[in-house]
Design a protein around this ligand. Structure first.
Ligand code: ATP
Ligand code: LTN
Length: 333
């Protein structure tokens, strides 16, 4: 009997190290959803090659990301954890869906506009059709909810449009997914420590804190975090974006409310506040980092894990793809 729980799908690219942003904006929520939902969590290495990668680094990061998923509390007994390129149905469905997606729709994607500016010398077709592969990821698993950060909302909405179109033309095939965006305390985003007007992202090494950073590196990054010329530790996103971001991080890491945090640092300057935020993050990440290091030393365990994950994923994905191939009129093999 298939479970009646709603299904969740999400993924992160192994295009850089996991950051405090991806932890608070995504993974932490994924962990919390595991009991209530049937969860499928992916390492989307095929998405990562939409911009140039060093092959050895990509391989190392994909395995490291799996270890970090588990160390963060994603439980391979409860959830399906797998690597995208190990389940061929993703590429296969992506082709069919690309024939149900308009050029104009893809041209409107904010992430494509941004990334094609950042990688102006290498604007590939893959970068352009990235959201179609993401739609395939989601639709293969008949996903109900997609927990992502705010920046991915547009992609999930496009996925829904594609699914609706396919269902309209070929009859009901795909569950219509919804974005599931949880707020990180005050804001749905963790901002860069170097420029609090931008989101913290793994492609901005100065502004981001990585899950695997050693304590002294984390502390140094927080001490250098951009704030303002006042001294009061007070939440005001408009006039004090840096301090507000640090407060958000502090509250999430230390499990405190904004009021508690503001009271705690009342009358104290940034010289006290910034290292305290650093310490809270160090303590939050310490057990995760240690567990990830331990798992990384056991390659055989990790390989077993991703093989088993791919098998489970492929069983579900295969069923959906078979339906799709039949409906679009491909001859059975
Ligand atoms: P890149 O720099 O390559 O765009 P990224 O650091 O933004 O990468 P992703 O792999 O795109 O990371 O994001 C992983 C997940 O974490 C996504 O669901 C994304 O929405 C979420 N996320 C990433 N950064 C943040 C952030 N700063 N605040 C909240 N959520 C975030
Ligand atoms: N585009 C997402 C990563 C991603 C994803 C997915 C997220 C690829 N496929 C499917 C949710 C569901 C990103 O950049 N964070």
């Amino acid at each position: 009997m298939e479970s009646k729980k709603k299904r969740i799908f999400s993924g992160i690219q192994p295009s850089g190290e996991l950051t405090l942003g991806s932890y608070m904006g995504a993974i932490k929520n994924w962990v919390a959803l595991q009991d209530e939902y049937e969860c499928v969590y992916c390492i989307v290495d095929m998405h990562a090659i939409t911009v140039r990668q060093v092959p050895a680094d990509l391989r190392r990061r994909a395995l490291g990301q799996l270890a970090q998923y588990v160390a963060c509390g994603l439980d391979p007994e409860k959830s399906i954890l797998f690597i995208q390129s190990h389940v061929p149905q993703h590429a296969e469905l992506s082709w069919v869906l690309s024939c149900c997606t308009q050029f104009g729709e893809l041209s409107r994607m904010t992430q494509f506009k941004q990334k094609s500016q950042q990688h102006a010398d290498n604007i590939t077709a893959g970068l352009f059709t990235y959201p179609v592969l993401m739609a395939a990821d989601i639709l293969l698993y008949q996903t109900d909810l997609v927990p992502v950060g705010e920046d991915q909302r547009q992609h999930v909405e496009l996925c829904r449009d594609i699914a609706q179109r396919f269902n309209g033309v070929y009859s009901d095939t795909f569950t219509l997914p919804e974005p599931f965006i949880q707020r990180v305390d005050q804001g749905a985003r963790i901002m860069s420590l170097g420029n609090p007007m931008n989101k913290m992202s793994k492609s901005d090494p100065d502004g981001c804190v990585n899950l695997m950073d050693p304590p002294e590196v984390i502390q140094r990054k927080f001490k250098r975090a951009v704030t303002d010329s006042e001294t009061a530790v007070r939440y005001d996103k408009e006039s004090k974006p840096g301090v507000s971001n640090l407060l958000t991080i502090y509250c999430a890491a230390a499990g405190k409310t904004l009021e508690e945090a503001e009271a705690e640092f009342q009358g104290q300057g940034y010289g006290v506040f910034k290292p305290a935020v650093g310490d809270a993050v160090i303590e939050l990440f310490r057990p995760i980092r240690e567990e990830a290091q331990r798992l990384m030393a056991d390659k055989a365990y990790l390989e077993g894990l991703y093989r088993q994950g791919a098998e489970r994923a492929s069983r579900i994905a295969g069923r959906t793809l078979a339906k799709v191939y039949k409906k679009v009129g491909f001859l059975p093999r």
